[in-house]
Design a protein around this ligand. Structure first.
Ligand code: MN
Length: 228
């Protein structure tokens, strides 16, 4: 698993995203992690990441995960990310790769069905049990078409953790900080209006009615945003 593509796409003196560390963090003694990051870049998507072999295997899911087994969510395979990326929440500056607001939407541990997730990825079929705050139970990632295809589907398998409703609108807040996208953008100097467009409108209305919102002070200086 190589982080070369991840490294090539980013300028670590500009973006607050983590640079890959030189040595791989030791593991095996603890459970495998998974994370889902809500990312308002040029388009809104949810980055679904599974820890394996010292990196995060990654897919971009435009509609986000669904708890309904009938929903097959498009998941585009993207470059492996460093393990440290699982903790990232904040603003990628405008003009940089993936520029926009990133939220830690869900996180936890997972158990793969087969011993070697690397082989399962090459074979185009990864079955896991997720133990997150929002996503739990059995899930499958399946590659469509040929071996070189980047197109996968993320599907909830039928079990007692399957559910109706829309988990991405019903549970829009960060599991890391409890913030909405708009609040992350405001606090960290991002594009608030653009980020707010990725939050459910009723959550934004409640935020605007909350008297504490008026007293809120940004933590970071605003990044320079180009009107595009
Ligand atoms: Mn992304």
């Amino acid at each position: 698993m190589s982080l070369r593509e991840y490294q090539k796409k980013r300028r670590f003196d500009v973006t607050p995203e983590p640079a890959p560390s030189r040595r791989r963090p030791p593991r095996r003694s603890r459970a495998l992690r998974f994370v889902v990051q809500k990312h308002r870049a040029s388009h809104l998507h949810y980055d679904f990441r599974l820890e394996w072999d010292g990196v995060l295997l990654s897919w971009a899911v435009p509609k986000g995960p669904s708890l309904k087994p009938a929903d097959k969510r498009l998941a585009m395979a993207v470059e492996d990310h460093p393990l440290e990326y699982a903790d990232f929440e904040g603003i990628i500056p405008a003009g940089e790769y993936g520029g926009g607001t990133v939220m830690g939407w869900d996180r936890g541990t997972y158990v793969p069905k087969t011993a070697d997730v690397g082989t399962a990825r090459r074979d185009g079929r990864i079955e896991v049990t997720l133990r997150g705050k929002k996503l739990r139970g059995a899930w499958i990632l399946v590659r469509t078409r040929g071996r070189d295809s980047r197109t996968w589907l993320l599907i909830k398998r039928s079990d007692e953790m399957a559910a109706a409703g829309d988990v991405v609108t019903e549970q829009p807040r960060s599991v890391k900080s409890k913030r909405l996208m708009a609040e992350i953008a405001f606090d960290e100097g991002g594009d608030v209006e653009r980020a707010a467009g990725a939050d459910p409108s009723d959550a934004i209305r409640a935020l605007l009615r909350d008297p504490r919102t008026r007293k809120r002070v940004p933590r970071a200086k605003p990044a320079v945003w180009h009107s595009a």
